[in-house]
Ligand binder design. Structure first.
Ligand SMILES: Cc1cc2nc3c(=O)[nH]c(=O)nc-3n(C[C@H](O)[C@H](O)[C@H](O)COP(=O)(O)O)c2cc1C
Length: 313
């Protein structure tokens, strides 16, 4: 399948694996890229030396294109920005901020820059500052979220910019991909489904929570302090929401979640940790390899497009 995104990124299928903090390491990124999608390493708040090592490991496993997601609020953002340029990474996606100050450096290194946006205004601003594409991420997503749903956000961003748009949030199978393409997106970014990939190194407890989740099992914490995060309901989210309702300060709430994702992903503490996951978890019921997932989803997309006229008369 060819779109402006598959051409831009030189990938076979319009599927990008989100650069998830703690989850998206070199194993997962390499497996997705080797299977014809685009794998991303999640740099999150990791030091630049860790990111460099991860990049080199991906290169040992595959010669296909891959990228790095840079969290711009990271204390190491500046060093990581330099590392991706030095290591010849082909794609950078950015979250939590505005990547304008790195744009020139990355463009000079031939990097495709794809900011994640949750509004039309930010999408337009990113296009003006030279972004090659944007990820329009709806609030069904796992992790840090905006206000607008994927269904509403994607077509509005598509209309507002000329660069290609990648849809994210709530996409878990071929139906989601076909729907996103219909909304005008030219690829999708998926997080939650890849958490349970065989090549994903997250703790078994975390995988089991995602695999067992139902449609209504996610909760959003931090709305009152302007820091909304979607994760699976547990002791931590219940306590957090109670404190939030009582008017706790940002600092108090932050303290509760500090290191929470690491606790869940690495230690398997799915009661007290932060089990970030999207609303689509209810649809994710099988652990498969990345290649199996991508093949199955693309078969489904092709079947849906071929059968659409039969189904709708
Ligand atoms: C555990 C987890 C961690 C995430 N961490 C990041 C991150 O560090 N940077 C980022 O840009 N997006 C992050 N995301 C968002 C994903 O990259 C992706 O856009 C999102 O999961 C898509 O929605 P879905 O979960 O419904 O597939 C994270 C998502 C999850 C589930």
């Amino acid at each position: 399948m060819e779109t402006r995104i598959t051409a831009l990124l030189n990938i076979e299928y319009p599927i990008i694996q989100g650069g998830m903090a703690w989850v998206a390491d070199y194993h997962l990124a390499a497996a997705v890229s080797a299977a014809g999608g685009l794998g991303l390493i999640g740099a999150a708040s990791a030091p630049a030396s860790w990111v460099r090592e991860q990049i080199r490991r991906v290169k040992e496993l595959t010669d296909k294109p891959f990228g790095v997601n840079i969290m711009l609020l990271s204390p190491y953002a500046e060093e990581v920005a330099a590392v991706v340029a030095e290591e010849g990474v082909s794609v950078v996606t950015t979250g939590a901020g505005n990547p304008e100050k790195y744009m020139e450096q990355w463009k000079a290194a031939g990097i495709r820059v794809i900011p994640v946006v949750a509004s039309v205004a930010l999408a337009k601003r990113m296009e003006r500052s030279g972004a090659d594409a944007v990820v329009a991420e709806g609030c069904e997503s796992g992790g840090h979220i905006g206000e607008t749903t994927t269904m509403s956000l994607v077509p509005q961003v598509v209309d507002a910019v000329n660069i290609p748009v990648i849809a994210a949030g709530g996409i878990g199978d071929g139906r989601g991909i076909a729907a996103a393409l219909m909304l005008g997106a030219e690829a999708v970014q998926m997080g939650t489904r890849f958490i349970v990939a065989k090549e994903s190194n997250v703790h078994e407890n975390y995988k089991h929570r995602v695999l067992a989740a139902k449609d209504i099992d996610t909760q959003v914490t931090g709305r009152s302090v302007g820091h909304p995060i979607r994760s699976l309901r547990n002791q931590m989210t219940r306590k957090y929401l109670k404190l939030e309702a009582e008017g706790a300060s940002f600092e108090e709430l932050e303290l509760m979640t500090l290191g929470g994702l690491r606790k869940a992903v690495v230690e398997g503490d799915v009661m007290g940790g932060s089990v970030m996951s999207g609303q689509i978890a209810g649809l994710v019921t099988r652990e498969q390899t990345c290649a199996e997932m991508i093949r199955e989803m693309m078969d489904q997309v092709n079947m849906l497009f071929a059968k659409a006229q039969e189904r709708i008369k």
